[in-house]
Unconditional design. Sequence first.
Length: 176
Amino acid sequence: MNEALFIQSAIQQFKDYKALAEKTFAQLSDADFHFQPDEANNNLAVNITHMHGNMLSRWTNFLTEDGEKDWRKRDEEFEEQQLDRAHLITLWEEGWQCLFNALESLKPADLDRTITIRTKPLTVIEAIHRQLTHYAYHVGQIVFIGKHIRNGQWQSLSIKKGDSKAFNEQLKSGTQ
């Protein structure tokens, strides 16, 4: 296995998911961040505050401390705090910066190390995969809520429905 390639690939995957959420944010109004789809689902603001808390807890001192920090107040992350868009984006960026700082500091030999999250031992590779899938899950929620809010005005983040054939032809012809 090429450990350096794995680290770079993981960083790129996290960047790709971050970008999907940010392309969603760009289509929304400030009030949309607090749109509550229903009682069972979190709004965007809650998703952001939860991801922020999770990222700070998991990636601060990633190699040397349990990923669930004593100072984290996880239950509060799921309470609506009426934070404005600017504050939410600041939290969003702070969480991602913590993650990227931790990943960019990893050395190939670190991948075989064991860390803990909630006292559960994981290899660094397992921990990275765990967090990548966790954040992909929440980014999926963010995109879904954004699509729900924008409905007919939603600008697709990938290939629009019904456009696969034309897109593939553009790729083949080199015009994409």
